[in-house]
Design a binder for this molecule. Structure first.
Ligand code: GAL
Length: 983
């Protein structure tokens, strides 16, 4: 049955009423949406679709669906071709949805200017998601947080009047401009219209602090009206900062559209505590979610799949993101995500699934360049062991639609001692039961699960969890029970196929309902099979792929039972192609499957040599792999198996980086430098929230239109012969610094203190740097370089992004000369690389970072370097790559040196600012160079802008290319436009 929007809203209304009357039979009855196959992967197919929901789940075209989503930020991967790679990896590993923030600052270099081209081509990202077959949850803010500069607000917004994140009209005027621009693209990609796959759209982000105030509600109502007026007709939602019930339906004015607003919330629980029960989201729930929003499905808009790491690496004791991945490992995912599913969460978005890179000046002060996040897919696009549970659960949710509609069932005593927790759920229509068993202790526990006529003894490893199911359909047969976790099922040719999974070495029992005794053949591996009590019992120890063919016994279609351990399970790829479902076994990745005539055209990756086997619909007799026909034979498993193994990835040779040339810069420090074109810093009032010191002038860089990276000041004064010290008060984000010169002579460098573990997430730092001076008589020039790092995020909606950045004031001891200041920051934004690519270093203003810059006159040098001096020195080289065209090589740049050396480097690849290396802070040493920005079949230009304190010898030390992963396959990569220096 396809519900029209009108009928659907009526259902929600009744359900909500039922609960407010204290619960009713209506609430406990099965829903009116029949359990059928989950809707297939979405496409932009030109047809209209319905996107609705009820208290259980989303309902797309009348079918229930669990949205199993991963967060990916296109702005953290500045190579549009690679979006396809990441999205295909998500889909292959069982995700059906991608959730994406859109970062306002990334698209807007100036008020009224919006750029959605090149690496900013949001339309291309959305089109790619649709082509790959993923639903999209779009989250364009206007505020996003996300550990990006100013939480996504453009730099120029910091210098405007109007309180952000409120209904202040000045702010709303800019917001509306942004939403108009982004929604113009969004509405071209809505699933409802069949022109894209957007099914949900988020307003604002964790807007908690004004949630109960009228101004906050007006603001949200404004956003709601605006987004609807722009034509976004899919359900909207907000991500409550915790399960607080903020922004549940009817808590603000949505113009009476109750049925089209969802309640969602975020959760980032500690991996070291017991997974939280936020209340059951669905019928039978007694607290929390179900009372906050009884008519909408459980919706985790963000659930921590990793965590971010601040400068210095304090979060993970300097061990970096590998440690984030270790503390939130595969077992964490099973424990926490299965708990979420057991709590009725049916829209589940893992933040992050691919973290990527906060390149250029994108990172908020709280993070360094890498935003790897310890995510399931690492920053170098390599699958990690964390994809295993996602793969197993994702494929399960797509193949077993009963899981989209579960009620809490009577609690069961499973014994096993304290720390073993059991959740029991039942599908009201099919009566399939689901048990989630979770072990919160470090030692293995054995659950005794009472089932009809038997007790199943199920071991649960320490700090782990598993899902059991009974009564689910495996095609023509039904599962009685299994101690292994069901993973997928499909009808392939004349048979059904069902796969179960678990940890290697586990002993499992799987019982299939069989009215009569079937013929059983163990085709691969070892299994003991016994027919008793109307069921076939298969006992097997997991390892590799165990295949058991079950035929007859009163059932027409044979069933191929597959038992796969973890490692094997991620070589099993179920793929729904428009004209049928295939199951592929063997390669490291299956990207696409198209059934055309008698052939299955498959594309994917291998790393090592791999077998290739495919279960295909009837009539398909041939297999094509990455464009090459593969000879196959039909196996006893009913599959087509390649006669030869697929080859793995060939060698990738990376050149040593040699041929460096060096040039010092900072001519701004010289007394006679011509700064006449610089802006005069003479303003009396600032838009900043940081008070301007009495007497002024305003020196904050944002007030003069400089928003990113380094900023220079030059101050002229006369006399002051008695001055003893000069003091610079300045404000930066974490890890900011200030270098000063008087009349061309270095005064010294001051760095913001390296934060301790407690204050590490504090964004704004202010300090006063005092240097002894003896200016003597006459005219003098102070030259000051401030690396101000970035703007704070505004998580608490208090205009924190408007905290000043740059110099605040300058005073002298022993004299009080009048100083006239000029200021210079970044030049005009790079029209291709965008506003966040450059700061205001001399080299950046003059194209030293760009390919084609004439560095022939620079001094040839070899690395490592050992020089001492305060200031900025550039190093450039070129290197050529010739990676085999069929190989996807992921390459990084690694810098290492004596950690006592006080210097930092901004890394430019072909003019793109790939991040900041701080040698004595870390923890990041390897910077991912995304293919597309990196030419893997040609010449590349590398430039390092090195800022040295002068307090220690400085590098660069060793600088080399590193191979972060390789595969035969990959996606075609189009080079991003990398404009060269003007000649
Ligand atoms: C959430 C926020 C995200 C991100 C995350 C931490 O609270 O909504 O934008 O900042 O925390 O990575």
């Amino acid at each position: 049955m396809v519900l029209s929007r009108r009928t659907f809203s009526a259902i929600v209304g009744t359900a909500a009423l039922g609960l407010s009357l204290g619960g009713s039979a209506e609430m406990c009855a099965a829903s009116t949406v029949p359990t059928g196959p989950a809707p297939g992967p979405p496409r932009a197919d030109g047809r209209r679709h319905t996107v609705d929901f009820d208290r259980y789940s989303m309902i797309v075209d009348g079918g229930r669906i669990v949205l199993w989503s991963g967060e990916v930020h296109p702005f953290r991967l500045p190579s549009p071709s690679l979006w396809r790679d990441v999205l295909q990896k998500l889909r292959a590993h069982g995700y059906n949805t991608v959730s994406a923030y859109v970062s306002w600052n990334y698209h807007s270099p100036a008020p009224g200017a919006y750029d959605f081209t090149g690496v900013r081509d949001l339309g291309l990202f959305l089109r790619t998601a649709a082509e790959v077959g993923l639903y999209v949850i779009l989250r364009p803010g206007p505020y996003i947080n996300a550990e990006v500069d100013a939480g996504g607000f453009p730099g120029w917004l910091t210098a405007t009047q109007g309180t952000a994140r409120t209904s202040d009209p000045t702010y709303l005027k800019y917001v509306d401009e942004w939403l108009t621009a982004v929604n113009r693209i969004a509405v071209r990609h809505l699933y409802t219209a069949g022109t894209g796959t957007i099914v949900l759209y988020q307003l604002e982000n964790e807007y908690a602090d004004h949630a109960t105030e009228a101004a906050g509600r007006d603001y949200m109502a404004h956003l709601y009206r605006k987004v609807r007026a722009d034509g976004v007709d899919v359900p909207l939602f907000h991500n409550d900062k915790g399960r607080n019930g903020h922004w549940a339906p009817s808590t603000f004015d949505t113009g009476g559209e109750h049925g089209r607003w969802l309640y969602g919330f975020d959760g980032y629980p500690s991996p070291f505590r017991t997974p939280p029960d936020w209340g059951y989201f669905g019928p039978g729930g007694t607290k929390g979610g179900s009372t906050a929003s009884p008519g909408t499905p459980g919706f985790l808009a963000e659930f921590g799949g990793g965590w971010f790491d601040p400068w210095g690496g304090a979060e993970f004791d300097g061990k970096g993101y590998a440690e984030s991945r270790r503390t939130r490992d595969a077992a964490y995912e099973r424990r926490f995500y299965l708990t979420n599913l057991a709590n009725g969460i049916r829209i589940h978005n893992v933040y992050m699934t691919f973290g990527g890179t906060s390149w250029g000046w994108l990172p908020a002060p709280v993070v360094y360049t890498s935003y790897d996040y310890g995510a399931a897919l690492d920053e170098a696009r390599q699958p990690t062991a964390k994809l295993v549970p996602m793969h197993q659960l994702g494929h399960l949710l797509h193949s077993v639609p009963e899981l989209a509609e579960l009620d809490r069932a009577e609690g069961l005593d499973v014994g096993g001692g304290p720390g073993l927790r059991a959740y029991h759920l039942v599908n009201p229509t099919s009566q399939a039961h689901v048990h989630v068993l979770r072990n919160d202790t470090a030692e293995e526990r054995v659950a005794a699960v009472p089932l009809a006529g038997t007790t199943l003894r199920v071991p649960v490893p320490g700090l782990d969890a598993r899902l059991l199911a009974t009564g689910i359909s495996l095609g023509q047969r039904t599962l009685r029970h299994s101690t292994a976790q069901p993973m997928l099922r499909l009808a392939a040719g004349r048979q059904d196929v069902a796969a179960f999974t678990g940890r290697t070495g586990e002993t499992t029992e799987t019982a299939l309902e069989c009215p009569g005794k079937p013929a059983v053949t163990v085709l691969e591996g070892q299994a003991e099979c016994e027919y008793r009590g109307g069921a076939l019992h298969v006992h097997a120890r997991l390892g590799g792929l165990i295949r058991v063919l079950v035929d007859g016994g009163g059932v027409q279609r044979p069933l191929l039972l597959l038992l796969a351990d973890d490692e094997t399970s991620v070589r099993l790829w179920r793929h729904d192609a428009p004209s049928g479902t295939v199951l592929v076994y063997g390669p490291a990745l299956l990207r696409t499957a198209v059934l055309r005539d008698t052939a299955a055209h498959l594309s994917g990756d291998t790393v090592e040599e791999a077998d290739l086997e495919a279960w295909v619909p009837r009539g398909v007799t041939e297999v094509v792999w990455n464009g090459q026909r593969v000879p196959t034979h039909v196996t006893r498993s009913g599959s087509l198996r390649a006669a030869h193994r697929l080859s793995g990835a060939g060698p990738v040779r990376l050149p040593a980086l040699t041929g460096w040339r060096r040039s010092a810069e900072n001519p701004e420090s010289a007394p006679d430098f011509d700064d006449s074109a610089w802006r005069t810093a003479d303003r009396a009032a600032s838009s900043s929230t940081t008070p301007v010191p009495a007497g002024g002038p305003v020196l904050f860089a944002d007030d003069y239109g400089f928003h990113y990276g380094d900023v220079w000041y030059r101050g002229r004064f006369e006399g002051a012969a008695d001055a003893e010290t000069v003091s610079f008060s300045y404000v930066t984000g974490t890890q900011g610094l200030l270098m000063a010169w008087l009349d061309g002579r270095p005064l010294g460098t001051h760095r913001m203190p390296v934060p301790d573990k407690k204050s590490v997430r504090q964004g704004t730092w202010s300090a006063t740097a005092a240097f002894p001076v003896a200016p003597g008589k006459g005219s003098h020039v102070l030259s000051v370089l401030v690396r101000r790092m970035q703007h704070d995020q505004d998580g608490r909606a208090e205009d924190a992004h408007k905290a000043g950045r740059g110099l605040a004031s300058v005073t002298f001891k022993g004299a009080s000369p009048r100083v006239s200041w000029r200021i210079q920051g970044e030049g005009a934004p790079d029209p291709v690389r965008g506003p966040l690519n450059n700061g205001g270093l001399y080299g950046e203003r003059n194209g030293w970072h760009l390919p084609g810059f004439a560095d022939g006159g620079w001094e040839p040098v070899a690395l490592p370097r050992d020089e001492r001096g305060q200031g900025v020195v550039w190093y450039r080289t070129a290197f050529r790559l010739a990676v085999d065209p069929g190989t996807d090589a992921s390459i990084g740049l690694t810098l290492t040196d004596d950690p006592a050396r006080a210097y930092r480097a901004q890394i430019f690849l072909n003019g793109w600012n790939m991040g900041q290396y701080i040698n004595d802070v870390g923890p990041q040493h390897t910077f991912v160079l995304p293919n597309g920005v990196l030419d893997t079949h040609g010449e590349n230009t590398l430039a390092l802008a090195v800022l040295s304190d002068g307090s220690t010898p400085s590098g660069p030390g060793k600088v080399r290319l590193t191979l972060l992963g390789k595969a035969a396959g990959g996606v075609p990569v189009t080079l991003v436009d990398s404009p060269r220096a003007a000649t």
